[in-house]
Design a protein around this ligand. Structure first.
Ligand SMILES: [Zn+2]
Length: 243
Protein backbone atom coordinates (compact mmCIF):
# COMPACT_ATOMS: atom_id res chain seq x y z
CA UNK A 1 0.00 0.00 0.00
CA UNK A 2 1.65 3.22 -1.14
CA UNK A 3 1.18 6.25 1.03
CA UNK A 4 3.07 8.35 -1.51
CA UNK A 5 0.01 8.60 -3.75
CA UNK A 6 -1.97 11.82 -3.22
CA UNK A 7 -5.18 13.20 -4.70
CA UNK A 8 -7.26 16.34 -4.63
CA UNK A 9 -10.84 16.49 -3.28
CA UNK A 10 -12.10 16.84 -6.88
CA UNK A 11 -10.36 13.61 -7.83
CA UNK A 12 -11.87 11.81 -4.86
CA UNK A 13 -15.35 13.11 -5.65
CA UNK A 14 -15.09 11.81 -9.18
CA UNK A 15 -13.55 8.36 -8.74
CA UNK A 16 -14.49 7.47 -5.15
CA UNK A 17 -12.59 6.08 -2.20
CA UNK A 18 -12.61 2.49 -3.33
CA UNK A 19 -10.82 3.24 -6.59
CA UNK A 20 -8.26 5.34 -4.72
CA UNK A 21 -7.62 2.58 -2.20
CA UNK A 22 -7.10 0.14 -5.04
CA UNK A 23 -4.74 2.55 -6.77
CA UNK A 24 -2.67 2.80 -3.60
CA UNK A 25 -2.52 -0.96 -3.40
CA UNK A 26 -1.67 -1.70 -7.02
CA UNK A 27 0.23 1.22 -8.51
CA UNK A 28 3.96 0.67 -8.75
CA UNK A 29 5.88 2.20 -11.61
CA UNK A 30 4.30 4.68 -13.97
CA UNK A 31 5.16 7.10 -16.69
CA UNK A 32 4.72 10.68 -15.48
CA UNK A 33 2.01 12.40 -17.45
CA UNK A 34 3.87 15.71 -17.43
CA UNK A 35 7.61 15.01 -17.81
CA UNK A 36 7.14 11.54 -19.34
CA UNK A 37 9.89 10.09 -17.15
CA UNK A 38 9.53 7.03 -14.97
CA UNK A 39 7.92 7.40 -11.59
CA UNK A 40 7.85 5.04 -8.61
CA UNK A 41 4.67 5.20 -6.59
CA UNK A 42 6.22 3.19 -3.77
CA UNK A 43 9.02 5.71 -3.22
CA UNK A 44 8.15 9.13 -4.63
CA UNK A 45 5.29 11.49 -4.01
CA UNK A 46 2.84 10.77 -6.81
CA UNK A 47 -0.25 12.71 -7.86
CA UNK A 48 -3.40 11.20 -9.31
CA UNK A 49 -4.67 12.99 -12.42
CA UNK A 50 -8.05 12.08 -13.86
CA UNK A 51 -8.63 12.87 -17.52
CA UNK A 52 -12.22 13.19 -18.79
CA UNK A 53 -12.66 13.18 -22.57
CA UNK A 54 -16.07 14.50 -23.68
CA UNK A 55 -18.70 11.78 -23.91
CA UNK A 56 -16.34 9.12 -22.63
CA UNK A 57 -15.43 7.59 -19.33
CA UNK A 58 -12.54 9.07 -17.42
CA UNK A 59 -9.12 7.55 -17.27
CA UNK A 60 -6.47 7.77 -14.62
CA UNK A 61 -2.92 8.99 -15.08
CA UNK A 62 -0.11 9.76 -12.68
CA UNK A 63 2.42 12.54 -12.32
CA UNK A 64 5.37 13.12 -10.04
CA UNK A 65 4.37 15.28 -7.11
CA UNK A 66 6.84 17.92 -8.32
CA UNK A 67 5.51 17.89 -11.88
CA UNK A 68 1.78 18.52 -11.58
CA UNK A 69 -0.91 18.88 -8.91
CA UNK A 70 -3.56 16.21 -8.48
CA UNK A 71 -6.49 17.38 -10.59
CA UNK A 72 -9.37 16.55 -12.87
CA UNK A 73 -8.72 17.54 -16.48
CA UNK A 74 -11.77 17.88 -18.72
CA UNK A 75 -10.69 17.68 -22.33
CA UNK A 76 -12.46 19.91 -24.84
CA UNK A 77 -14.36 18.41 -27.75
CA UNK A 78 -11.51 19.47 -30.04
CA UNK A 79 -9.29 16.98 -28.26
CA UNK A 80 -11.33 14.16 -29.72
CA UNK A 81 -10.84 15.14 -33.31
CA UNK A 82 -7.13 15.66 -33.21
CA UNK A 83 -7.33 19.45 -33.40
CA UNK A 84 -5.51 21.49 -30.88
CA UNK A 85 -3.81 19.89 -27.94
CA UNK A 86 -3.95 16.71 -26.88
CA UNK A 87 -2.53 14.31 -24.83
CA UNK A 88 -5.53 12.40 -25.90
CA UNK A 89 -5.99 12.09 -29.63
CA UNK A 90 -2.41 10.87 -29.79
CA UNK A 91 -2.64 7.51 -30.42
CA UNK A 92 -5.40 5.36 -31.40
CA UNK A 93 -4.20 3.49 -34.45
CA UNK A 94 -6.86 1.74 -36.48
CA UNK A 95 -5.92 -0.69 -39.24
CA UNK A 96 -8.33 -2.22 -41.75
CA UNK A 97 -7.89 -5.74 -43.02
CA UNK A 98 -9.80 -8.58 -44.69
CA UNK A 99 -10.03 -12.03 -43.14
CA UNK A 100 -10.32 -14.82 -45.68
CA UNK A 101 -13.29 -17.11 -44.99
CA UNK A 102 -14.84 -20.00 -46.89
CA UNK A 103 -17.40 -17.61 -48.40
CA UNK A 104 -15.13 -14.72 -49.27
CA UNK A 105 -13.78 -12.03 -47.02
CA UNK A 106 -14.84 -10.77 -43.65
CA UNK A 107 -13.87 -7.12 -43.14
CA UNK A 108 -11.97 -6.38 -40.00
CA UNK A 109 -10.47 -3.61 -37.92
CA UNK A 110 -7.61 -3.73 -35.47
CA UNK A 111 -7.85 -0.92 -32.95
CA UNK A 112 -4.68 -0.27 -31.05
CA UNK A 113 -4.82 1.99 -28.03
CA UNK A 114 -1.75 2.96 -26.07
CA UNK A 115 -1.13 1.60 -22.60
CA UNK A 116 -1.61 4.08 -19.80
CA UNK A 117 -5.35 4.59 -20.21
CA UNK A 118 -6.04 2.43 -17.24
CA UNK A 119 -8.90 1.48 -15.02
CA UNK A 120 -8.96 -0.44 -11.79
CA UNK A 121 -10.79 -3.73 -11.82
CA UNK A 122 -12.80 -5.02 -8.90
CA UNK A 123 -10.13 -7.62 -8.17
CA UNK A 124 -7.49 -4.93 -7.89
CA UNK A 125 -5.80 -5.38 -11.24
CA UNK A 126 -5.13 -2.21 -13.15
CA UNK A 127 -6.29 -2.85 -16.65
CA UNK A 128 -6.82 -1.12 -19.93
CA UNK A 129 -9.93 1.01 -19.76
CA UNK A 130 -11.28 0.09 -23.15
CA UNK A 131 -10.68 -3.60 -22.80
CA UNK A 132 -12.57 -3.52 -19.55
CA UNK A 133 -15.51 -1.59 -20.95
CA UNK A 134 -15.75 -3.76 -24.04
CA UNK A 135 -15.80 -6.95 -21.99
CA UNK A 136 -18.71 -5.48 -20.06
CA UNK A 137 -20.73 -5.01 -23.25
CA UNK A 138 -20.18 -8.56 -24.43
CA UNK A 139 -16.89 -8.60 -26.30
CA UNK A 140 -14.68 -11.67 -25.81
CA UNK A 141 -11.20 -11.79 -24.40
CA UNK A 142 -9.12 -13.39 -27.12
CA UNK A 143 -6.87 -16.31 -26.32
CA UNK A 144 -5.89 -16.95 -29.93
CA UNK A 145 -5.97 -14.95 -33.12
CA UNK A 146 -8.37 -17.26 -34.97
CA UNK A 147 -10.82 -17.54 -32.10
CA UNK A 148 -14.38 -16.96 -33.35
CA UNK A 149 -15.96 -13.80 -31.94
CA UNK A 150 -19.55 -13.28 -30.91
CA UNK A 151 -21.99 -10.93 -32.61
CA UNK A 152 -22.59 -8.02 -30.27
CA UNK A 153 -25.49 -5.65 -30.78
CA UNK A 154 -24.16 -3.42 -28.04
CA UNK A 155 -21.66 -1.99 -30.51
CA UNK A 156 -21.79 -0.65 -34.06
CA UNK A 157 -19.56 0.43 -36.89
CA UNK A 158 -21.20 3.52 -38.33
CA UNK A 159 -20.15 4.01 -41.94
CA UNK A 160 -20.96 7.15 -43.85
CA UNK A 161 -22.20 6.91 -47.45
CA UNK A 162 -20.79 10.17 -48.64
CA UNK A 163 -17.22 9.06 -49.14
CA UNK A 164 -16.31 9.85 -45.58
CA UNK A 165 -15.16 7.09 -43.31
CA UNK A 166 -16.96 6.21 -40.13
CA UNK A 167 -16.61 5.53 -36.47
CA UNK A 168 -17.03 2.76 -33.92
CA UNK A 169 -19.42 3.17 -30.99
CA UNK A 170 -20.62 1.00 -28.14
CA UNK A 171 -23.19 1.19 -25.35
CA UNK A 172 -22.05 2.87 -22.18
CA UNK A 173 -22.38 0.10 -19.60
CA UNK A 174 -22.97 2.69 -16.88
CA UNK A 175 -25.57 4.83 -18.71
CA UNK A 176 -28.15 2.83 -20.60
CA UNK A 177 -29.20 5.67 -22.87
CA UNK A 178 -25.81 6.73 -24.15
CA UNK A 179 -23.09 5.38 -26.38
CA UNK A 180 -19.36 5.81 -26.15
CA UNK A 181 -17.02 6.35 -29.04
CA UNK A 182 -14.33 3.72 -29.43
CA UNK A 183 -12.84 5.19 -32.61
CA UNK A 184 -13.85 8.67 -33.65
CA UNK A 185 -12.66 8.46 -37.22
CA UNK A 186 -11.71 5.40 -39.22
CA UNK A 187 -8.88 5.52 -41.73
CA UNK A 188 -9.75 5.95 -45.42
CA UNK A 189 -11.47 2.68 -46.23
CA UNK A 190 -10.50 0.62 -49.26
CA UNK A 191 -13.26 -0.15 -51.80
CA UNK A 192 -12.74 -3.89 -51.24
CA UNK A 193 -13.22 -3.40 -47.52
CA UNK A 194 -16.40 -1.38 -48.02
CA UNK A 195 -17.73 -4.00 -50.41
CA UNK A 196 -17.05 -6.77 -47.92
CA UNK A 197 -18.78 -4.72 -45.21
CA UNK A 198 -21.83 -4.28 -47.47
CA UNK A 199 -21.87 -8.03 -48.21
CA UNK A 200 -21.51 -9.30 -44.67
CA UNK A 201 -23.13 -6.50 -42.66
CA UNK A 202 -20.64 -6.93 -39.86
CA UNK A 203 -17.03 -6.22 -39.00
CA UNK A 204 -14.64 -8.36 -37.01
CA UNK A 205 -12.91 -6.01 -34.60
CA UNK A 206 -9.92 -6.70 -32.41
CA UNK A 207 -9.15 -4.01 -29.87
CA UNK A 208 -6.52 -3.65 -27.23
CA UNK A 209 -3.04 -2.52 -26.48
CA UNK A 210 -0.96 -3.91 -29.31
CA UNK A 211 1.98 -1.55 -29.46
CA UNK A 212 1.67 -0.35 -33.02
CA UNK A 213 2.13 3.25 -31.96
CA UNK A 214 5.58 2.62 -30.60
CA UNK A 215 6.89 1.23 -33.88
CA UNK A 216 6.19 2.78 -37.26
CA UNK A 217 2.40 2.63 -36.95
CA UNK A 218 2.16 -0.58 -38.95
CA UNK A 219 0.47 -3.43 -37.24
CA UNK A 220 2.04 -6.85 -37.78
CA UNK A 221 0.58 -10.26 -37.15
CA UNK A 222 3.38 -10.95 -34.69
CA UNK A 223 2.45 -7.84 -32.69
CA UNK A 224 -1.17 -8.91 -32.53
CA UNK A 225 -0.33 -12.48 -31.55
CA UNK A 226 1.97 -11.23 -28.79
CA UNK A 227 -0.74 -8.91 -27.48
CA UNK A 228 -3.31 -11.71 -27.54
CA UNK A 229 -0.96 -13.93 -25.57
CA UNK A 230 -0.66 -11.20 -22.96
CA UNK A 231 -4.43 -11.13 -22.59
CA UNK A 232 -4.72 -7.55 -23.77
CA UNK A 233 -6.93 -7.96 -26.83
CA UNK A 234 -10.71 -8.31 -27.00
CA UNK A 235 -12.78 -9.07 -30.08
CA UNK A 236 -16.31 -9.02 -31.42
CA UNK A 237 -18.37 -9.22 -34.60
CA UNK A 238 -19.94 -5.79 -34.77
CA UNK A 239 -22.87 -4.88 -37.03
CA UNK A 240 -22.59 -2.13 -39.62
CA UNK A 241 -24.95 0.80 -39.25
CA UNK A 242 -25.49 3.75 -41.57
CA UNK A 243 -24.41 7.02 -40.16
ZN1 LIG B 1 7.30 14.00 -13.83
Amino acid sequence: MSSFIKWSPQVRDLVGDEVLRTLCRTTKDYNCMRCERDGRAARERTHVIVVCPPGMPYFIQFAHGRCAPSQVIRLPQSAMTGEGDPNYSEQVITTQFLWPTSEGFLPGLIIDRPPGLTVVRANGDVDDLWTQLLLRVGWDLLVSLDQPCRHVNTSAVELSDDGGTGRVVFDDPDHSDSRLVLVDRLPALLPEWRQAAADTGCIRILAGTIGTASADHRVTEADVIAAVQQGSVVGALVPVAAR
